[in-house]
Ligand binder design. Sequence first.
Ligand code: FMN
Length: 250
Amino acid sequence: MSDEIESPDVLKRIRIVLSAENTGENAMQIIAVNGSPHGMAGNTGTLLRAVLDGAENAGADVETFSLANMDVHPCRGCNVCHKTGECAIKDDFQAIRNAMLKADAAVLASPNHIFNVSAQMKAFMDRCCGLLHCQALNDKYGAAVVTSGGGGEAEVEKYLLRFLRAIGCWTEGSVGAQTAQLADPARVAAVMESAQRLGADLVADIRERPAFLDQEREKTAFAERMKHLVISRKDEWPFEYAYWRKTGRL
Ligand SMILES: Cc1cc2nc3c(=O)[nH]c(=O)nc-3n(C[C@H](O)[C@H](O)[C@H](O)COP(=O)(O)O)c2cc1C
């Protein structure tokens, strides 16, 4: 990306088509991970549902994982994933990881829990550390959904989007809402409409395969960092080194 580019907001909608348009012959798969302790019945689940409705109406198949009903333990920092490609903790993480690797796009949803994602979502994100080193979601697409009691959702949305880019996705965007908005009949329709639009835009990304110029520099710099990390640890982390080589990026 050139140095003259200064305005990410203006550039947000500029897309470079990476490959031929998806003709619809292959089903478009989106997975959603909801980190709300209230599952799909809570505020976050309600807003996420609207995003997924938008995606389904636009032609995608959607699979939702609700961490409230699942067992995803916190990372132990044992580094086994870096060495072998498999997490040492055997729980529900593997099912989500496998679905995410097969899908075209991921939607991550969380309530704001004290300026950050919920502990459930953070545990899931930490368990993705091996995927992050491998840039395993390279060139997939992502979006985020956040609700809050009274504010701060934008900060959490930004964090989730940064994480999605760090594991390799291009991010379409996010939607956030506060409890009062969701409970107000005069305001809820507008929030739900932008959530549905986000879902539809994510499907358009899968079809058109754009690169977002405003994300390119950040993504490239982070991928380079991961590549050098993996090279510097190639004897300790043979799986990750082999993965980078196998994918032809090393
Ligand atoms: C542990 C905890 C921490 C929270 N921290 C914040 C906060 O820092 N700021 C805020 O506006 N709301 C906060 N909330 C409120 C939730 O973000 C809000 O009610 C959200 O919509 C709940 O979504 P859910 O129904 O999907 O759980 C917190 C709630 C909990 C349970």
